[in-house]
Design a protein around this ligand. Structure first.
Ligand SMILES: [Zn+2]
Ligand SMILES: [Zn+2]
Length: 357
């Protein structure tokens, strides 16, 4: 009996496999059709009102196959902003099925290369995809104008090439680059640097000495608040700024793990690299210190980003966190590229989803 069913089933699956192989190109094109149709839809159309954080890069200057360089998307209602543009930011944003063409503005925390390496590509792809007459806006503390000028100059030939090829009507050269809004570097007391409708963004100085300026941001939309620490060592200014915030996104470095790298570098005779591994330990925050800041500020939840060093083995995450989850009792997560965190207005909810292709 079994044989009676099994034989025709085998024949049928062989025929199906044969047909699928014979028509593989047609099938692949049908799948491509579906994917590109989906990808061309307005990504913002399906995002509900609220304050949303997209982690498009949770890494650092370390090469890390699991984490892109610093890159955080903030969506408030229908407006999309980018905080820091590390290397590959434009591609990472695209992997989150979001479009740089819809960026209204970019905010920089400081000018360490890992936070600005991707700026040229983000500005160029924004110019290429944007269809509004509004130029991209670039916000940052004292020095941001020079950073922009450098990138804009480096992309000068590219701007000419693209206008020549696609016409000035399609790629107006005056919309290339960004309109710069340089604010005077604030003290540790937050100052408003952006206000439009229900969205308010404040900047405050953090402690990334000797790096100056180094800024953190408080983002408030319809009663929900997210604080971005930027790069900082444990700082009372962050605890103050994050008082009662719904979500704190904080940088984090494990001294224990970096120390391992330092020792290995010295052992291998790479004294300069060893010294750099020693130096970086004094201007970042350990996860335990982040937990102390979060406890003091009584924030609703913490997500760590700017993870130093890379954590290629799953058990390293526990080592990285150490006793942090015992100190801060609320949700305390290591952020991953593609994490999408939503704070709906009129509630205390924090929803964690993924957008990653
Ligand atoms: Zn950094
Ligand atoms: Zn830095």
């Amino acid at each position: 009996m079994l044989k009676k069913i099994a034989v025709p089933l085998l024949v049928l699956s062989a025929i199906t496999a044969g047909l699928a192989y014979a028509y593989r190109a047609d099938i692949a094109m049908k799948i491509v059709d579906q994917i590109v149709t989906e990808r061309m839809k307005d990504p913002m159309a399906s995002i509900p009102d609220g304050l949303h954080i997209g982690l498009c890069g949770t890494g650092s200057p370390f090469p890390d196959p699991q984490r892109g360089a610093p890159c955080t998307v903030v969506i408030a209602g229908k407006d999309m902003f980018l905080f820091d543009a590390g290397s590959g930011a434009a591609k990472q944003i695209s992997r989150m099925n979001l479009s740089t063409g819809q960026l209204k503005g970019i905010f920089l925390t400081h000018f360490h290369s890992d936070h600005i390496d991707g700026l040229g590509e983000v500005m160029m792809t924004r110019w290429a995809q944007n269809t509004s007459p509004d130029k991209l806006k670039l916000y940052g503390p004292t020095g941001v104008r020079e950073v922009h000028e450098g990138f804009h100059q480096a992309y000068g030939h590219d701007t000419e090439h693209r206008t020549a090829h696609h016409t000035a009507a399609l790629m107006p050269p005056e919309l290339a680059g960004a309109e710069v809004y340089e604010f005077i570097t604030p003290s540790t007391t937050p100052v408003s640097v952006f206000k439009a409708g229900d969205l308010d963004i404040k900047a405050f100085a953090v402690d990334h000495q000797p790096i100056h300026p180094a800024i953190g941001y408080i983002i408030t939309y319809k009663g929900r608040t997210v604080v971005l620490s930027g790069d900082t060592k444990k700082s009372a200014a962050v605890a103050q700024a994050a008082k009662g915030a719904d979500l704190l996104i904080h940088e984090a470095l494990s001294v224990d793990l970096v120390q391992k790298l330092q020792e290995a570098a010295v052992k291998a005779g790479r004294a300069k690299l060893g010294q750099i591994f020693t130096d970086i330990q004094n201007y970042h925050t350990t996860p335990v210190e982040v937990a102390e800041v979060a406890k003091e500020a009584q924030v609703g939840a913490v997500v760590l980003s700017h993870i130093v060093p890379p954590l290629p083995l799953p058990p390293m995450k526990e080592i990285f966190l150490g006793k942090a989850p015992e100190i801060f009792k609320g949700p305390f997560k290591i952020g991953e590229d593609g994490d999408f965190i939503s704070l709906p207005p009129g509630s205390k909810a924090i929803e964690y989803t993924r957008r990653w292709n």
